[in-house]
Design a protein around this ligand. Structure first.
Ligand SMILES: Nc1nc2c(ncn2[C@@H]2O[C@H](COP(=O)(O)OP(=O)(O)OP(=O)(O)O)[C@@H](O)[C@H]2O)c(=O)[nH]1
Ligand SMILES: [Mg+2]
Length: 672
């Protein structure tokens, strides 16, 4: 499209690193788009901003961020493969943002292409109402061009990739097919509007002008999805697609407003319309980390933005200086003197503005809701290979996270591992590759440890005394405590029940401290002990020898003594898992969850998919991504988040205890 608009001097290809929008080192190495990039061109006096979004599952969430800034979703299909996993996903995103779709069936030069079956799956799997606006001339190796169904004109292309074509009459052998497609189109347009339907009944048909006039509204209301045809590599069909985009795609000025909220609370303020006449407001839909620049991509929702403006970040309540404005063409920045409503601009060096933030006129504060992102489905522990790698890791991860809003990165407070979470394994692997090639940080990845916890059952009273006499001043601490299990999720409670001064006030917190320190490593498998109460009921002290340390050590001893007398219990993290699968895989997906000790909470139909919700132990989910993938031929997806801890069944407890003993964690700790 960029080549046809004259925005780039050559027809780029991701494979040779010449695609204007696939410049990233990882994108070129793996020949797939890894993130949204922007480019633009002019066609028939209209500026078209193109957001080229990734289709691979690993990066498809980035498309979700970009769709928020778009008015039309142009879904590109491979004529041979038809609807793919990414097609279904972006279709769902477009539906969430209420975006009308265009479909371009690409690669018609390939073998075994089938436009009809593409339409069928678009209807069945994508819940679209596709209507052909073009008929192909020739198929596979003979693919030469197309016929415009509305105007009934043929476009015959040269097959040398030059994009040169001639306009001609409809070839005789295609007249019936064109008439049929035309009829289907007219009926669909008529159905989309009561007045047109009346005219249709009166006239028995619609004129070309009536069809063209009715199409934008029909597309906007999604009564139909126009389908175009071509071949990107042979450069066939692109001018016709561009013509359609400028003539029948929804005009930003007419797509309704953006719901605005008050920056202070969630109260709605009046919506913003895509017009220069309203105060400036923009939405930052993506941040790029390019050439040492942090580039914020901003959709101008309303008003005009000029360089050297002081604007308000409505999402954070801080002022932000916009020194310069640029258009971004792939990776090239070009200065702009002003930008108007509906346009997309690149801003650099913003101080504290991030993906999802709103920038606005100080005098007319507003905030747009950011795109909500699902929790990442998969987590890996990453381990720096050297000390130098560890030093650079967090800085590099910060920059990667800013750019890829679909990743999560945190240190597990319990296992101390660096946890990187993302969409799937490829997403994590390519992020690790990016860490290495761009930031020079090498890490190894492995399955994260499951953060088990421990607790116990019942109630027990213990008496512990720490006493040491080694010349000089001795140590003396003595306490009597009642340990009692609390309901899961309660945490720890310390109750001071000392009457009088059997233990002086200043030493009592030391007992608690000692117990808490000891509870960091449970006696069962070395995991933290939680959900219990300790009542400090009695004790004694020595005027000279007692000090804080002595009472802390007494507290530790009390904890150990108590753990020997109660029944220890292992707690495992339970995840809330939401799985989305096409109808035909629902049964298999549910039985698979059951074998993972999952408890099904509910199942709901959504279009042609089933959404299964379940509680499943984390320990059983570490291999789930791969399993779901093979179970559903890649068409299933899932998200999960932590729900609660639950008692682990005996076989899991035995395994975890055996592992802890083999690793020397348990015995070693008991010796302390
Ligand atoms: N035969 C044929 N191959 C094509 C055509 N268009 C693209 N390709 C090839 O298909 C492959 C994928 O093309 P891309 O442009 O990366 O596709 P994409 O949809 O941007 O892919 P992602 O962004 O990674 O989801 C490349 O090898 C292209 O050369 C076409 O019209 N015909
Ligand atoms: Mg791409």
């Amino acid at each position: 499209m960029l080549y046809a608009m004259g925005a780039t001097p050559r027809l780029g290809k991701v494979a040779d690193g010449t695609a204007l929008t696939d410049f990233d080192e990882i994108a070129i190495a793996h020949q797939l788009s890894t993130q949204t990039s922007v480019a633009h061109g002019v066609w028939r006096d209209h500026k078209l901003n193109l957001l080229d979004t990734p289709g691979a599952t690993a990066f498809i969430l980035d498309s979700r961020l970009a769709l928020r800034a778009a008015e039309t979703a142009l879904i590109v299909l491979d004529a041979h493969n038809g609807v793919e996993i990414g097609t279904e996903t972006v279709r769902q995103y477009a539906a969430e943002f209420n975006l009308p779709c265009f479909v371009f069936i690409n690669k018609l030069d390939k073998e075994q292409t089938d436009v009809e079956s593409c339409l069928q799956v678009l209807t069945e799997q994508c819940d679209l109402r596709p209507v052909l606006l073009q008929i192909p001339i020739g198929i596979e190796k003979q693919f030469r061009g197309l016929v415009d169904v509305v105007r009934q004109r043929a476009f015959l292309y040269q097959t040398d990739g030059s994009g040169a074509f001639v306009e001609a009459d409809v070839p005789a052998n295609l007249q019936t097919a064109v008439a049929k497609a035309r009829e289907a189109l007219i009926e669909r347009v008529a159905e989309s509007d009561d007045r047109l339907l009346e005219t249709f009944f009166e006239q028995g048909t619609l004129t070309d002008e009536q069809v063209l006039a009715g199409l934008p509204a029909a597309i906007r209301s999604q009564s139909l999805t126009p389908v175009f045809l071509g071949s990107a590599t042979l450069n066939i069909g692109i001018p016709q697609l561009l013509d359609a985009l400028v003539s029948i795609a929804p005009d930003p000025a007419h797509v309704g407003g953006w719901l605005g909220m008050s920056p202070l609370d969630d109260n709605l303020v009046s919506p913003r319309h895509v017009t220069d006449d309203e105060p400036f407001a923009g939405y930052v839909f993506k941040t790029l980390d390019e050439q040492f620049n942090r580039i914020s991509l901003c959709k101008i929702v309303s008003g005009i933005l000029r360089p050297d403006s002081l604007v308000l970040n409505g999402s954070r309540g801080a002022l932000e200086k916009v020194a310069a404005l640029y258009t971004l063409q792939g990776r090239q920045l070009d200065k702009l003197t002003e930008a108007h409503a509906g346009d997309i601009v690149a801003l650099t060096k913003l101080k504290d503005t991030h993906t999802g933030d709103t920038l606005c006129d100080k005098a007319a504060p507003v905030r747009f809701a950011p795109v909500t992102m699902p929790e990442p489905a998969i987590s890996f522990a990453i381990e720096p290979k050297s000390r130098a790698d560890e030093d650079k890791l967090s800085g590099a991860m910060l920059r990667i996270l800013e750019q890829d809003g679909t990743l999560r990165y945190a240190r597990d407070p319990q296992t101390r591992e660096f946890i990187l979470s993302g969409t799937n394994q490829q997403h994590i692997e390519l992020t690790v590759e990016r860490l290495k090639v761009r930031y020079g940080v090498e890490v190894a990845i492995h399955a994260p440890k499951v953060p088990y916890l421990e607790t116990f059952k019942g109630r027990v009273e213990v008496h512990a005394r720490h006493k040491k006499q080694t010349g000089g001043r001795g140590q003396f601490g003595d306490c009597k405590c009642i340990f009692e299990a609390l309901p899961h999720g309660t945490g720890f409670r310390f109750v001071d029940k000392i009457v009088g001064g059997v233990i002086p006030q200043q030493f009592r917190p030391a007992v608690e401290k000692g117990i808490l320190e000891a509870a960091e490593h449970g006696a069962l498998a070395g995991y933290p002990v939680v959900d219990f109460q300790v009542e400090l009921v009695d004790g004694s002290y020595h005027t000279v020898d007692s000090d804080e340390l002595s009472f802390k050590l007494a507290g530790r001893k009390a904890f150990r003594a108590a753990m020997e007398k109660v029944k220890l219990v292992l707690l495992e993290p339970i995840m809330h898992v939401v799985v989305s699968v096409p109808n035909e895989f629902a049964g298999d997906a549910m039985s698979d969850l059951s074998t993972r000790r999952g408890r099904i909470l509910g199942i709901n139909a959504k279009g042609n998919r089933q959404i299964v919700e379940a509680h499943v132990p984390l320990g059983e989910m570490l291999t789930y991504a791969t399993a779901l993938n093979s179970l559903t031929s890649g068409r299933g997806s899932y998200t999960m988040r932590f729900a609660h801890y639950d008692e682990a069944p005996p076989q899991v407890t035995q395994r975890v205890v055996a592992e802890a003993q083999a690793a020397g964690r348990v015995r070693a700790l008991e010796e302390v």
